[in-house]
Design a protein around this ligand. Structure first.
Ligand SMILES: Cc1cc2nc3c(=O)[nH]c(=O)nc-3n(C[C@H](O)[C@H](O)[C@H](O)COP(=O)(O)OP(=O)(O)OC[C@H]3O[C@@H](n4cnc5c(N)ncnc54)[C@H](O)[C@@H]3O)c2cc1C
Length: 405
């Protein structure tokens, strides 16, 4: 089994296959230091933690993460919480930075003797329609990119029976599929997000989603000393327009409620996120299976991408284990059909949350009308347990449906 990409999808798949005694090799374009420092997600759904724990991959996650079962909404100086954990019978989230999980998964895979080539970008996959697939890897171009004992300068071709494309949206796996065999569905959202990471303690005990006439603001949790924030910005905005003082002032304004103070700290990272949604169908072709962001991109609203990636990896591991145990290829053949309903359900939830919390794009004549609809929807979320329960079901994430591998 050839696995392209050492992100959450590739590493979960590699660990689970390794435990099942299925030979696999992981090929990653960046260094180990780079992937272990790349800060992205932080919200881990109950079923994801449960799946990792069942495979002995969650010791540190369970010991060091913070458990959260409610989130807060703010608008016009008002605030209210939705206890999604209680509303879903205990499907709480764990907050644990993605890069910590990646570090833990690398450690367990290598510790059990796994083969992982860092600093080896895959440039293409051949033979998807034939008896064997071939991963074409190039060594990294510069000394700075090399590391982890990988010899430099040696191109590598890896023969495999199957390939898992776990290499994100810009990877090499999806483009290796012949033209016309996959159908892409995409949407570029009508606003951008400024993503901010700061060495600041959280100013809240719950994730905050704030609807403000100026635009959305989010306060996400990471660790006791690091917080993440998001600000809705116009499409085409640039990081240079957002000096630190403007970021803090905007967050203070959009998140404002009585008797609350925003704790600040050193801003370590700002970036403009490409607010895009994307799904490819089917999520497989010949000997290739697309997993995680390689098959679908979802906006960070609701913290879903990494959880979907792990769920894909779990389903593919289940199908491969059945195949190598002699149970036939029906689960492998049905991988895409098994995953797409949840992928679309999650896309729908994420778009719903964006609609709820983002100001209509300024200048449109119906913006004040749309804003009133949002306020009405927030009031329903606050006042109707049925409405809140529906939100909670989507926010907490799918019920644990994966059968043990
Ligand atoms: C700011 C931000 C916040 C987010 N917050 C959340 C959240 O709270 N909860 C959540 O669930 N999701 C969140 N997400 C989404 C989440 O980070 C992604 O969905 C997740 O990383 C997907 O995992 P993956 O393994 O599919 O892809 P990736 O994590 O992108 O991993 C792909 C790997 O493949 C490697 N690669 C790429 N091309 C090649 C190649 N040609 N050859 C070899 N290797 C290659 C890459 O270097 C990378 O290591 C967030 C994303 C962002 C940007």
């Amino acid at each position: 089994m050839g696995i392209i990409g050492a992100g959450p999808a590739g590493l979960v798949l590699a660990n689970v296959l390794q435990q099942a005694g299925i030979g696999c090799v992981v090929v990653e374009r960046h260094t180990r230091a780079y992937v272990e420092a790349r800060a992205r997600a932080g919200v881990i759904e109950h079923r994801t933690a449960d799946f990792l724990a069942r495979h002995g991959l969650a010791d540190r996650l369970l010991a060091e993460s913070a458990r959260h079962g409610s989130c807060e909404f703010r608008y016009q100086g008002e605030r209210f919480s939705v206890p999604y954990g209680a509303l879903t019978g205990g499907r709480d989230h764990l907050v644990y930075p993605q890069q910590f999980l990646v570090r833990d998964l690398i450690e367990s895979f290598l510790g059990a003797g796994g083969t992982l080539f860092f600093s080896h970008p895959v440039v293409g996959v051949a033979g998807l329609d034939s008896d064997r697939a071939v991963l074409r890897c190039e060594p990294a171009g510069s000394d700075a990119e090399l590391g982890d004992g990988v010899g430099r300068g040696e191109p590598v071709d890896i023969d495999c029976e199957f390939v898992a494309g776990c290499d994100g949206f810009y990877g090499a796996a999806r483009p290796s599929v012949p033209a016309g065999r996959l159908r892409a569905f995409g949407r570029q959202h009508e606003f951008g997000w400024l993503a901010i990471l700061a060495e600041a303690p959280p100013s809240t005990e719950e994730i905050i989603y704030a609807l403000h006439e100026e635009g959305f603001a989010g306060h996400m949790l990471r660790t006791p000393t690091v917080s993440r924030y998001y600000l809705q910005v116009p499409v085409g905005d640039a990081v240079e327009n957002w000096p630190d003082a403007r970021i803090w002032a905007t967050l203070r304004r959009r998140l404002a409620v009585a008797d609350w103070e925003l704790k600040t700290g050193r801003i370590t990272e700002t970036s403009i996120l490409d607010m895009r949604s994307f799904v490819v169908e089917p999520m497989q072709y010949g000997r290739l299976f697309l997993v995680g962001d390689a098959a679908h991109i979802i906006t960070p609203a609701g913290g879903k991408g990494m959880n979907l990636a792990v769920a894909d990896a779990g389903e593919l591991a289940r199908a491969l284990t059945a195949y190598y145990a002699g149970a036939g290829s029906h689960l492998l053949d049905g991988y895409s059909a098994a995953r797409l309903p949840e992928v679309w359900r999650t896309q729908e939830f994420s778009r719903w949350l964006l609609n709820l919390t983002h100001s209509p794009v300024g200048g449109s004549t119906d913006a004040p009308f749309m804003h009133r609809l949002q306020l009405s929807r927030l009031a329903q979320l606050r006042d109707s347990e049925t409405f809140a329960a529906t939100f909670a079901d989507g926010y907490a994430g799918a019920r644990p449906v994966l059968s043990p591998v």
